[in-house]
Design a protein around this ligand. Structure first.
Ligand code: UDP
Ligand code: MG
Length: 268
């Protein structure tokens, strides 16, 4: 029996990109040596994305649609896709063609060579501006400094995992705040890295504002490092010790100070 590749695509307000995505990806999927299922996760889109997806599913039985009641974010969409995927291999990709479906045959080959985690590394991001590049490098530098696990700076949400890795991710990585590409790189198993060039978004606009990215980065740092917690504890101990020093100093030098001064300082 042919193996099956599950392709998980998260979709948030992508009515403009979806038709192009489907037209480009479908022939590639059909030419693969494996069967496929195309699993779209609609992350609470408020445009026509869901009805476009439903039309595709009606016309092609290999297309499946999961629909969220509201926007939960890209990470939640990928986890839902992993949960419902049934294939022997699972690929997560974006709906805007920035993750080129032309890479799928290479991914299948990597699976057939025995790899279980295939991490797609961007060699170039045609659409990222200077600010996005600088903030992204800064983020990876910081998290690699303070976290025990290593993060590949140019890894993206474009990756593929085998059925057994998908089961591990499903069972053991259910935190509410997640960074799936971080887990994928640190889950173990035989791993390989393939390179790709991120194209420009085919249509529509990026759904990630700098503010969203900032919140996401802070959450990730808090998830993967206990350095912020330690810093808080050390700062507490230090300021406590400094307070005690001032207290002792005030008690010993209070002669001559206005009345009530020592009481106030000690209380503070
Ligand atoms: N996306 C999502 N939920 C969100 C934001 C984005 O499912 O809350 C999807 C989006 O439709 C796209 C992918 O995640 O398929 C990546 O988003 P985008 O292209 O906007 O991010 P960028 O490539 O600019 O980092
Ligand atoms: Mg994009």
């Amino acid at each position: 029996m042919k193996k099956v590749l599950s392709v998980v695509v998260s979709v948030y307000n992508e009515e403009q990109a979806l038709p192009a995505f489907y037209e480009t990806t479908r022939p590639i999927l059909e030419s693969l040596p494996w069967d496929y299922e195309l699993l779209f996760v609609d992350d609470g889109s408020r445009d026509r994305s869901l009805s476009i997806l439903e039309e595709m599913a009606e016309e092609n039985s290999r297309v499946k649609v999961i629909s969220f009641s509201r926007n939960f974010g890209h990470e939640a969409a990928m986890i839902a896709g992993l949960d419902y995927s049934t294939g022997d291999g699972v690929v997560c990709m974006d709906a805007d063609l920035q993750h080129p479906p032309e890479c799928l045959p290479r991914i299948i080959r990597a699976f057939e060579e025995g790899n279980e985690v295939i991490s797609m590394v961007r060699t170039r991001n045609k659409s990222a501006g200077l600010i996005k590049n600088i903030t992204s490098s800064g983020f990876y530098w910081l998290i690699n400094c303070i976290s025990d696990v290593h993060f590949e700076p140019n890894a993206s949400d474009f990756f593929a995992v085998s059925r057994s890795v998908a089961e591990v991710l499903k069972g053991n990585y259910r935190e509410k705040v997640r960074f799936l590409r971080g887990y994928v790189q640190n889950v173990g198993f035989q791993k390989t890295t393939l390179e790709y060039e991120a194209g420009v978004r085919v249509a529509g606009e990026s759904k990630y504002s700098l503010k969203k990215l900032f919140i996401f980065s802070v959450n990730t740092i808090l998830c993967f490092s206990n350095m912020p917690l330690k810093l808080g504890i050390y700062a507490g101990i230090l300021s406590g010790a400094a307070g005690m020093a001032v207290l002792v100093y005030t008690l010993f030098t209070r002669q001559g100070a206005p009345s009530g001064y020592a009481t106030i300082v000690v209380l503070i």
